[in-house]
Each structure stands twice: as structure tokens, then as C-alpha cells.
Design a protein around this ligand. Structure first.
Ligand SMILES: [Zn+2]
Length: 407
């Protein structure tokens, strides 16, 4: 069993230890030590990184991952580098990445404060905690959390942070812990529980690394929430991460505000205004296209080939799109007894075949036959069908070919 030095001192960044085992599997070398300050991934908190140096050894070994063997209680250091000098019994000096550790302590301690705030204010228990590279999440056992509740919990958590309350590590038996009113007692049977005591605010069983006083958390910023199976997931960032996240948000908002030549607080108003303008411009454009289609249909019908029972309209529009030729086909078959074979180029070359109600062709079948030949997809009813074409030239060609197929 590895003596876990971080258990009693989260600020210990360097330590001396002896190698107890070295194993090599699948190209990864795992070192076990008699004592270690490296935190192994567990309880929602991710591992420390750093180096192991052997006296008289070559360059330091990089510790790229740390896990634990729950059965034996050993901390496993997965390293890369020259490991020849590492034998059981060898003395090593371990150094953990202090910046990464501080970040983890800020996130994890901030989570304790936030979970306690939700519990105190709304009796919402935290059922899980996850630490990611960018942000952390807690899952609250509840159906919903309102924006007002989020703001209140964030405010209380930040108040506790600025009050700079001492954070102490205590050890107690599970029975003692129960009488002390510990927030969450782990199900696993252990002789002694490690408790994190945030003075007069929270007492919780936890094996992670924490700050010495809440002021070191720096601050807490809640982000989005999401409904998950076990409740509501709340995203949070603490300390320097909160500042970095707020900085990124500010830069994004500043860029958006510059695009609208406005203040960042007016961005929503401007976006809403622009969306309304776009919507009404689209409506106006649609009305104009309808008018153009109407006029075009009338003029096309006048010059169309008269086949006795109907007028045949055949046309390819290199610059138009599918929505326009669909509109046009509908006008053509509504304005007169017509068969319309239309095609368009544009970004998405397409075909539309239509006929006035009561005529005897099957436009759906004709379209199926055409797209099969073109290797695209399409179909429709007897009177109106649409399909795709691989390119403008084959769309134009398909329209011409279809003329011989209508009776
Ligand atoms: Zn913790």
C-alpha cells in the first residue's frame, strides 16, 4: 500500500520515495512507490502529472498518468523515458506539476462549496462530480433547476469563498462521521474516513486534494445546465479557469458587438433585430419570386408548344434554384392545362416535372426513371414530382429527354 502524502498535505509538490515495483505492459512502464504525493484519478478528480528522478539516473521520467489499485491501495505511476535505472529499492525524487495541482484543487474545493450551497438553499443533493479539461460538472438529484436558483447558489458559494473560511482535513470512523452530520458518506466500508471540513459550512468525506482556505478557490462561475438521466447537470469553472472562461466569453461578445457596432450588453437586442429583418426580407423576397413566377408562367404558356390536350412547357434555368422552379411548375399547371418539364442549375441542380390535374401522364414514374438513369434520388405523385441531378448539364439534358416521354 502506498502512503498517500497528499492525504495530509495538498501543497506538497516534492517528495522522496523508494521504488517498490516496476512493471512493463503494452509499452507502458508502471512504477509503484512506498509513498507518493501524486494524486491518482478517483472520486471525479483527475490525476497529477510531473516527474520522477532517480539519483544518478539520466533525465527525469515524465509521469503521464496516475491510477490506483483499489484492492491493494497502491498508487500506480505510468511513466515514459529511460527506465533502466529504476529498480525496486531505488531512491527517487518526485515532483508534481504545481500549476495543474492548484487548478484541480480550485475546481474540486469549489465543487464542495457549490454542492453544499445547493443543499443548504434548496436541499438538492449532488449525486456525481466530473472534472474535465475545460470545465467541471455536478449532477443534482432534481427534475429542474431555475435560473434564479443557479444565481443564488453561485452567489452563496462566492460569498463563502470571499469569507476565506479555513478548510481542514479530519479523520473519523463512519459512525463518528454520521454523528458529525457529514454531507455524503461513501458506501464502501472503511475504518477511517477522510473528511474535508469547510468551517461552519460543509463537512464531506473525500479523498481529493483541496485548498487550505476557501479564498484560494478564487471564485466560481456557473455555466450551462443540462437535463440528464439522474437529474440536472450543472457546469462550473473555478479560480483561474473562471477568469479564463470569462475572458473568452468577453472576447466573443466583443467581436459580436463590433460586428453590430454596439456595446456588448446590446448584442442580444441587435441580434434579435437582425433576425427580424432577415425574416421580413425573406418574406418580401418570397412574395417577389411568387410574382415573377406568376408572370413567367403566363408568358411561358403563351409561347408553349400546343399539343392539343395540353400545352408543353420545357425550360432549364441555369441560375435559379429548386424552390423557384417548384413554384413556377405549380403556377404553370394551375394557370393552364399544361405539362411542365423544368430544370435548374445553381448550387443544387434539380428537376421538377408537373402536369395539370386530369392529364394522363405519370410524373412520379417519369421522375423515377430519370433519376435512376442519373444515379440520383427523386419521386412524387402522378401530377408533381421532383428530383436531383449530378450537375447542371445533365439536368438540362434530362429535361430535353423527358419531352419525348410525355404523351
Ligand atoms: Zn473533495
Amino acid at each position: 500500500m502506498t502512503e498517500r502524502l497528499y492525504y495530509t498535505d495538498s501543497f506538497l509538490h516534492q517528495f522522496e520515495a523508494r521504488v517498490t515495483a516496476v512493471s512493463s505492459e503494452l509499452g507502458a512502464v508502471t512504477i509503484t512507490l512506498d509513498r507518493s504525493a501524486f494524486y491518482p484519478t478517483s472520486g471525479g478528480q483527475v490525476f497529477d502529472t510531473g516527474t520522477l528522478e532517480v539519483a544518478g539516473g539520466a533525465s527525469p521520467l515524465h509521469v503521464k498518468d496516475v491510477t490506483e489499485n483499489e484492492q491493494t491501495g497502491e498508487v500506480l505511476h505510468i511513466v515514459e523515458g529511460e527506465v533502466q535505472a529504476l529498480r525496486p529499492g531505488a531512491a527517487v525524487r518526485g515532483t508534481i506539476d504545481a500549476e495543474r495541482r492548484r487548478d484541480h484543487m480550485q475546481q474540486h474545493s469549489g465543487q464542495h462549496v457549490l454542492s453544499a450551497a445547493f443543499e443548504k438553499l434548496y436541499n438538492l443533493p449532488t449525486v456525481s462530480f466530473h472534472m474535465g479539461d475545460e470545465s467541471c460538472t455536478i449532477d443534482l438529484a432534481t427534475e429542474a433547476v431555475s435560473a434564479k436558483q443557479l444565481q443564488a447558489a453561485e452567489k452563496l458559494a462566492n460569498e463563502v469563498i470571499v469569507e476565506d473560511r479555513p478548510v481542514e482535513i479530519r479523520f473519523a470512523t463512519p459512525e463518528e462521521a454520521r454523528t458529525m452530520g457529514v454531507r455524503k458518506i461513501p458506501p464502501a466500508e472503511r475504518e477511517k474516513l477522510r473528511l474535508i471540513d469547510i468551517q461552519d459550512f460543509d463537512l464531506n468525506a473525500c479523498g481529493g486534494t483541496h485548498v487550505r482556505s476557501t479564498g484560494q478557490i478564487g471564485g466560481i462561475l456557473l455555466r450551462r445546465t443540462e437535463k440528464v438521466r439522474q437529474g440536472v447537470r450543472v457546469e462550473l469553472v473555478c479560480g483561474l479557469r473562471a477568469a479564463a472562461t470569462a475572458r473568452r466569453d468577453f472576447e466573443t461578445l466583443t467581436e459580436a458587438a463590433a460586428l453590430f457596432s454596439t456595446h456588448i450588453w446590446e448584442v442580444t437586442l441587435q441580434v434579435r433585430k437582425s433576425l427580424e429583418e432577415i425574416k421580413s426580407a425573406q418574406k418580401a423576397q418570397h412574395r417577389q419570386l411568387e410574382e415573377i413566377a406568376e408572370l413567367q408562367a403566363q408568358s411561358m404558356l403563351q409561347s408553349a408548344e400546343d399539343r392539343g390536350a395540353y400545352k408543353l412547357v420545357v425550360q432549364f434555368f441555369p441560375e435559379r434554384d429548386l424552390s423557384f422552379i417548384k413554384m413556377l411548375a405549380q403556377k404553370l399547371v394551375r394557370c393552364g392545362t399544361a405539362v411542365a418539364l423544368l430544370g435548374c442549375g445553381g448550387a443544387q441542380p434539380s428537376l421538377v416535372f408537373g402536369q395539370a390535374a386530369g392529364l394522363n401522364n405519370d410524373m412520379g414514374a417519369l421522375m423515377k426513371e430519370t433519376v435512376q438513369r442519373l444515379g440520383t434520388r427523386g419521386g412524387g405523385t402522378c401530377d408533381m414530382a421532383q428530383g436531383g441531378a449530378p450537375d447542371a448539364a445533365s439536368a438540362e439534358d434530362a429535361v430535353r429527354q423527358a419531352t419525348s416521354k410525355v404523351g
